[in-house]
Design a protein around this ligand. Structure first.
Ligand code: ARG
Length: 624
């Protein structure tokens, strides 16, 4: 409609100004949307249905032989039969400049794009639109979403679940930002509870300042394992003595667990000395976490943690639960009975007055509401905690919390392996760092095998590291979130098939074409593109252009489902189309207009594939 209005010669100056704005907007709108609306406007007029309804019934057929857009007529719910409606459209639809052909196929009415119109509208959107990144939008401007992800526990292994949370959370943050939403990424560390009392007791016995400085995460874990073993042994010995009737009062008193409890009580009471040691553990761990996160391209706006919600802070929430009559006393403990909602009983305060993970999450949700005033709060946590979050959200609702109804648990399945841990060929690993290190080493070996290429890479270890991370991420994101998957070392290290290295390779190949084409430049204006893109006649070009045009739709789909596999599937499709196009369409030794048109296509593909990889947290590689 905008285009036909703009062509009207009698338009008054004021109107033409307005039309100019509309025209500009259409120039930047996602291309598939523009075509869908073009189609829907005519469909609406011919069949007498609302435009929005028609738009919702238009699909992109999986086989482009059937056209580029397909109207699924049964979904319109007309009184006329869908087949008759398709026939009516076939007699009345006007192709205009945007479409080249239509076809009524039973209950479907399909349109094929006019290739020149399509190319000339698409390429500038990717190459020339400096307003924003291609496919990004500002629809979410002004919205704030807090994402709680990664959230490992100090002195415990950074397990596979934390890794998945880290990767999915990063993707979700990128996705939100692409829609103009301010994503606040928050790492909610497990850094509070009796186990930190136990850790302090263990450190007293086994700790080494030197090792703590060297690798705090590993050392604290070692100390924790040792003291835990001691405590277990102590408990067993005491049991045996009790059975034999030889347990003395001294045996019964001051167990390791008692000491741990006492230490944690000091922490809860704000004892400066007890807190100083704990704070050191926490701070050194964060420094180390940051190094590893940097390696996997992950960043947080805020490091928070359970420790922010100590006993003092909890009092107000406990009071509120009591005052609202939600809390019941049960054998000395305080609970919220959620049986009416088939959610069992939620334990809030233990008999000894201590708080739990759930209690602290109640306080944390309120605190986030106050600090960030978010429109939404997302928790990226494994589905073992489904029950926990159902209880949490219900309690927030019952309390009338400002976050009620705004929380969502983005859950995911387990990474399975034979013995339940993430193991590599060399055995069980518990540290994220080890997983990356071992993958990197193997990648480096694969790279070294190709000596000629290897010689050109400036920093092979950095590249190997990047490829290693890509393969971990892509394996993780290949299937839908909720599914468990088997950590498959063999598949992960493969450069072929649906893997991270394959995607990086496609990107590096496009970069190489660009390097080798120098000093040739891609087409740089709407006019140049309109004059020259006609050289892109091959089916491989048409297929790649369609893949490029699909990116905004992919982002929209992913924004609804928060499924990273949507992006991975698209990246694989792109990479396959890139590979076919690269093999068919040479840039070197071609007439200049053909060379420039093809180079433009490849630069556009490099930009979009680069964005796609960045969206799932990868760093696109220029050489590998
Ligand atoms: N630290 C927890 C764990 O490792 C995850 C925390 C998730 N976030 C939350 N607000 N509960 O299981």
């Amino acid at each position: 409609a905008a285009a036909s209005l703009a062509a009207s010669p009698e338009a008054a100056p004021a109107t033409s100004q307005a039309i100019h704005i509309v025209d500009e907007l259409v120039k930047h709108a996602p291309l598939y949307d523009v075509y869908r609306y073009d189609m829907a406007e005519q469909v609406a007029a011919i069949l007498d249905v609302p435009v929005e309804k028609a738009v919702a019934c238009i699909e992109v057929p999986s086989n482009t032989k059937n056209g580029d857009l397909s109207l699924v007529l049964p979904r319109l719910g007309l009184t006329m039969s869908p087949v008759a409606a398709a026939q009516k459209l076939a007699t009345e639809f006007k192709l205009g400049t945007a479409f080249a052909a239509y076809k009524a196929m039973g209950p479907f009415f399909n349109l094929t794009f006019a290739e020149d119109h399509f190319r000339n509208a698409l390429l500038p959107r990717i190459m020339l639109d400096s307003k924003s990144q291609y496919g990004h939008s500002s629809e979410g401007l002004g919205k704030i979403v807090v994402i709680d992800y990664s959230s490992p526990n100090i002195a415990k292994p950074f397990h596979a679940g934390h890794l998945r949370s880290t990767m999915i959370g990063t993707f979700v943050a990128n996705l939100l930002n692409a829609r103009g939403i301010a994503a606040v990424s928050l790492n909610y560390l497990g850094d509070w509870g009796k186990q930190y009392g136990l850790l302090a007791v263990g450190f007293d016995k086994y700790g080494s300042e030197a090792q703590l400085a060297e690798d705090p995460i590993r050392h604290l874990y070692e100390v924790y394992v040792k003291i835990n073993t001691d405590s277990e042994n102590e408990r067993e010995a005491l049991e045996a003595k009790r059975k034999a009737g030889t347990a003395t009062a001294a045996d019964e008193a001051n167990s390791i667990q008692d000491q741990a409890r006492a230490y944690f009580t000091r922490m809860e009471n704000g004892d400066a000395e007890a807190l100083a040691l704990w704070r050191k553990f926490r701070e050194l761990s964060i420094v180390k976490y940051k190094q590893i996160y940097e390696r996997i391209n992950v960043h947080f706006d805020v490091y928070s943690g359970e420790s922010e919600y100590d006993l003092t802070c909890m009092q107000g929430y406990l009071e509120k639960l009591r005052a609202m009559g939600l809390m019941k006393v049960d054998a000395g403990a305080e609970i919220v009975d959620l049986n009416a909602f088939s959610m069992g009983v939620a334990l809030i305060a233990k008999k000894d007055g201590s708080m739990l993970y759930l209690s602290r999450d109640i306080a944390a949700a309120h605190d986030r509401a106050e600090k960030y005033q978010p429109d939404q709060l997302l928790y990226v946590v494994g589905n073992q905690q489904d029950h926990h979050f159902r209880q949490l959200f219900k309690i927030l609702e019952l309390m009338g919390s400002p976050m009620a109804g705004k929380c969502q648990h983005l859950n995911f399945g387990l990474i399975k392996s034979k013995d339940g841990s993430m193991s590599t060929r060399r055995g069980k690993v518990v540290f994220l760092q080890d997983i990356i290190d071992q993958t990197q080493e193997e990648m480096h070996d694969v790279m070294k095998a190709n000596e000629a290429k290897y010689a050109h890479i400036a920093d092979p270890l950095a590249v190997a590291d990047n490829v290693a991370v890509s393969s971990i991420v892509v394996q993780d994101m290949s299937a839908r979130r909720h599914l468990d998957y088997e950590f498959d070392w063999g598949r992960m290290l493969s450069f072929e098939g649906d893997t991270g290295p394959y995607l990086q390779y496609a990107h590096a190949r496009l970069c190489s074409i660009e390097r080798q084409a120098q000093p040739l430049k891609p087409l740089a204006t709407w006019e140049e593109i309109a004059a020259t893109s006609g050289a892109l006649t091959e089916p491989q070009a048409a297929a790649l252009l369609r893949a490029l045009a699909a990116w905004p739709d992919v982002l929209t789909d992913a924004s609804v489902s928060y499924e990273p596999c949507t992006i991975v599937k698209y990246a694989l499709r792109m990479s396959r189309d890139v590979s076919r196009a690269v093999e068919a369409l040479y840039v070197r030794n071609q007439p200049e207009d053909i060379a420039r048109a093809r180079l433009t296509l490849f630069v556009a593909a490099r930009k979009v594939l680069g964005q796609t990889l960045s969206m799932i947290g990868l760093r696109p590689l220029e050489r590998m």
